[in-house]
Design a protein around this ligand. Sequence first.
Ligand code: IMP
Length: 194
Amino acid sequence: MIQQIVFATNNAHKLAEVRAMLAGRIEILSLADIGCTADIPETADTLEGNALLKARYVHEHFALDCFADDTGLEVDALDGAPGVHTARYAYPDRHDPEANNRKLLAALSDCTDRTARFRTVIALVLGTAEYLFEGVVEGFIVPEPAGTGGFGYDPVFAPAETGLTFAQMGVEAKNVISHRARAVAELTAFLSRQ
Ligand code: IMP
C-alpha cells in the first residue's frame, strides 16, 4: 500500500477534504510540504490535459507520486463553455468570480435550455503509470444568483438532485454530492486498493 502521495495544490480547502477522506490510510503532502513554489503551467485545452500537466510536473521535478485536479463548468447551450476556461471566463488574465457569474447569466439571458454540469478530473501519476478519475454533478444555471455560501459559481449553479444552488445548500450538503467529492471518491477507492 502507498504510504505517501503529493496532491499538487496549495488550496487548503481541497487539501482538508482529501486528507479527511484518506485519514489513517495515506499521508497527503501539499506543494508547500515538498517545497514546490513553481507556478505550474496549465496550458492544455482540456481538463484532463491540465490535470496531467500538474501531476507530471511534480513527478518529473520531485520524483514523487502525485495527483492533481482540474474542474470545469460545462453549459450545454454554450457548447460546453466555459469548460477549461471556467476560472478565467470573464477575463483571460485573472480570476474574478462575480464577473464570471455576470458573464454567464448574460450569455444565457435568452436561453430556455439552462442545463449544465460541473466536471472534475483527477490525474494520478504513480511510478510509470498514469490514471484519470472523474466526478460529475448534473444541474442547471439559475436565472439570478441565489444563496450566500460557497465560492465561484456556487450562487448560479443548482444540482438537479436538489434544485437549490450550491450556495443555498451549505457546504456540508454540497460536499456529499459535489463533482470534486465524487472524483475524490473514485481516487480514494483506487488508492485504497493499491
Ligand atoms: P479548479 O480547477 O478547482 O481550480 O476550478 C476551476 C474554477 O472552477 C474555479 O476557479 C471556480 O471558478 C470553478 N469551480 C470549481 N469548483 C467549484 C465549485 O465547487 N463551486 C463553484 N465554482 C467552482
